[in-house]
Design a protein around this ligand. Structure first.
Ligand code: ADP
Length: 695
């Protein structure tokens, strides 16, 4: 509102100035008019005198007749009385005094000679009339003597100040205007206010100062009675008489003051209305918002809320949004509760121990299975550090592991299998565990959940299995070794029998001896292979770097005769150095390349390659032989499993079993890629040295 009010006040001031200017203009024109009216009044008195002065009764002189004529003139009302004065100032006739009564000398005695000398009419200032004994004004004209042709007498028409007063009051000026008519000497002749008090007194000094400056204008001054006015004045050039009209400052500014007061009142009223409106509106808003407070708290407590229709649209919309929120929240929290219940029941019924720790490795969750496994109730476990359930000698390694995990999983959630570790029960008993974990970031904190399985039984069974395997291997080794000597003896004896006694035996017996010799030789082969198979498992030499080029060259040397027999072509691409047991690797390649040459219908071609794949060297021994049906891919790696008869292809069926054992011993894998009739590719992997060292 303030700018609007300032604008209104400025407009008011501007219009006040405008009004004041209009008023001054109007006031100046009023005084000019009044001044003209006075001039014309005095002029008409002069005209009346001129008519009288031409009267023949004056020449006669017949004063009685003249008096009668003069009395006629008085009837018009302007002139109070007429006097005829001689050159000495003696009144000869005065219509105000009964004829015959002695008359005094005129009070205008000073002016008479001037009128007579100049022969021109004259208007006196205010004087005290000698016959009337009251202030008056006289208009004088000379009377010419027909006899002498000179001016010997003067006719004076008396106009009373009351006449001018009537002029002022009759002009219809507003009653607060203080107007004055003054004569050429600056004496008050008539006044709208307090004429008796100021009649005949000099006009206000301010006005006379103004008159010295100009004949017409408007100035601020103090009137005779001391009222501050804006006075407009005009003085007639003909008579020297003038009029001034003063507008009291009070009434000048009254309108402005009224306007200002009204503006102030309106402003106050509007401010009051505004304050009241704000208070009322604020109350309504506060009331409506107040109705939302309790429901808001209810929402925070998870309650569903119902908010009644509120009388403010925006607040009502907030209310509806809150109701919607509460409904959504309720649904969400109920599904959260049921999911939590399900989770809890899963946690509690799980066979595995589930432990959640925070970022400081302090337990925050410990399920029933964990309590059973570690022999510690959940209420004692929660809040404890996790290391309480890890043997002390592993604490350092555990801390290092956690640090590594934290660095790796800093940016994202993580999960994985930590592998087999050792746990410790409350009683101090240690036991093997298998641990998988997941890490979840919740805001700034990270929680790790460990799922722990007691693998005591499995570890024990594995140990037992390993023991029995070792026993079996040792038994096979010893048995095949022990069998070798008597077998060799049998073979030797049978050969001797065939050589020395063939002539003494009939053909049937010789055939039997030959078959026995063949069976013995085959049994010897089988025993050798079995021994070789057992040896791969039982002899463990430390791995050293083995150059596969050398392995390949050695194999070619060993196979030299066989190659030449069938004109086989065995080639190889660049081969790497791997970590391993050279003897075993030679046997591996010998078996695979040997098979490639053996199981071939035409001229055998075998090609060996190696390439890096997934952190390991991937070897391939590819031939152009008879191929293998995919359904036999697994079978052929089992000991003594063959796809052909001894007649078709000689062999014991242990070669590929040894190959698998060697590759597995080198932490690799072996498999076949082949299509029947299109040759076979035996592939195996051996971990790369570089990757191995880095891991
Ligand atoms: P052996 O060669 O002594 O029979 P292996 O264990 O070396 O025993 O081979 C098992 C069987 O796998 C073989 O009898 C043969 O049928 C098949 N086999 C092995 N290598 C090849 C090959 N390169 N091509 C075709 N078949 C093969």
């Amino acid at each position: 509102m303030v700018p609007a009010f300032l604008m209104a006040a400025l407009t008011l001031m501007y219009s006040y100035r405008q009004q004041q200017n209009d008023l001054v203009r109007e006031s100046v024109s009023v005084v000019r008019n009044l001044s003209r009216v006075i001039d014309s009044e005095l002029g008409s008195a002069e005209v009346s005198l001129n008519v009288l002065s031409a009267s023949p009764s004056l020449q006669t002189p017949d004063y009685v007749a003249f008096r009668g004529q003069a009395q006629e003139v008085l009837k018009r009302g302007l002139i109070n009385n007429v006097a005829l004065i001689d050159a000495t100032g003696q009144q000869l006739v005065n219509t105000a005094v009964p004829y015959g009564q002695p008359l005094p000398k005129t009070a205008l005695i000073d002016l008479v000679p001037r009128v007579l000398q100049t022969g021109k009419p004259l208007v006196s200032g205010l004087v005290m009339g000698a016959a009337l004994k009251r202030p008056l004004i006289s208009v004088m004209v000379p009377v010419i003597s027909r006899e002498t042709g000179t001016h010997t007498r003067v006719l004076s028409a008396v106009v009373l100040p009351a006449h001018f007063e009537k002029l002022l009051t009759g002009y219809g000026l507003p009653p607060d205007r203080i107007s004055v008519i003054f004569d050429q000497t600056g004496t008050v002749v008539a006044r709208s206010h307090e004429l008796e008090r100021f009649l005949g007194k000099p006009i206000a000094p301010g006005l006379s100062d103004g008159l010295k400056e100009s004949q017409e204008g408007a100035i601020d001054l103090k009137t005779l009675e001391g009222v501050q006015v804006l006075s407009s004045f005009s003085r007639s050039a003909a008579t020297g008489w003038g009029v001034a009209v003063g507008i009291p400052q009070d009434s000048l500014t009254r309108e402005l003051r009224h306007g200002m007061a009204l503006l102030l009142a309106v402003m106050l009223l509007l401010i009051c209305l505004g304050v009241f409106g704000s208070w009322w509106m604020g109350g309504r808003i506060a009331g409506a918002i107040g109705k939302l407070i309790e429901p808001a708290f209810d929402i925070s407590r998870g309650k569903s809320v119902t908010i009644p229709e509120l009388n403010i649209r925006e607040v009502n919309e907030v209310g509806r949004a809150m109701m919607l929120t509460s409904a959504v929240l309720e649904t969400t929290s109920s599904s959260l509760r049921s999911s939590e219940t399900r989770m809890r029941s899963i946690l509690q019924s799980a066979m595995d121990a589930i432990i959640t720790v925070d970022d400081r490795q302090v337990i925050v969750l410990f399920n029933a299975a964990a309590a059973g496994m570690f022999g510690c109730p959940p209420e004692h476990a929660v809040g404890q550090p996790l290391v309480r359930f890890i043997p002390e000698r592993f604490h350092e390694r555990h801390a290092a592991y956690i640090k590594r995990q934290r660095d790796q999983a800093a940016a994202a959630d993580a999960y994985g299998v930590a592998g087999v570790a050792v746990g410790v029960r409350s009683g101090g008993e240690e036991f093997p565990v298998e641990v998988s974990y997941s890490s979840v970031r919740e805001g700034d904190s990270v929680f790790h959940t460990l799922i722990i399985r007691d693998v005591t039984a499995r570890v024990r069974a594995q140990e037992a299995l390993e023991r029995s395997n070792t026993d079996l291997q040792q038994f096979a080794y010893v048995a095949s070794h022990d069998l070798k000597t008597p077998l060799r003896s049998i073979a030797g004896f049978v050969q001797l029998l065939e050589k020395n006694y063939a002539s003494k035996l009939d053909a049937k017996a010789v055939d039997l001896v030959r078959r026995t010799a063949a069976a013995a030789t085959r049994l010897e082969q089988i025993t050798d292979d079995l021994l070789a198979y057992a040896r791969v498992g039982s002899e463990t030499k430390p791995f050293v770097p083995v150059d596969f080029q050398e392995v390949f060259a050695e194999v070619l040397q060993l196979l030299d005769a066989a190659l030449n027999n069938v004109n086989a072509v065995v080639t190889a691409g660049p081969l790497p150095t791997v970590q391993g047991d050279k003897t075993q690797l030679v046997r591996l390649m010998l078996n695979l390349i040997g098979n490639g040459i053996k199981y071939c219908a035409g001229t055998p071609q075998v090609h060996v390659t190696a390439l890096r794949h997934d952190g390991a060297w991937l070897f391939s021994v590819k031939d152009n032989g008879i191929g293998i049906d995919p359904k036999h891919y697994e079978r052929v790696f089992e000991p003594f499993k063959r796809l052909h008869t001894q007649q078709e292809y000689a062999g014991t069926g242990i070669g590929l079993a040894i190959c698998r054992r060697i590759v597995t011993g080198h932490k690799g894998r072996i498999w076949i890629e082949s299509e029947s009739g299109q040759g076979s590719a035996f592939c195996f992997t051996i971990p790369d040295i570089a990757t191995e060292q880095g891991a």
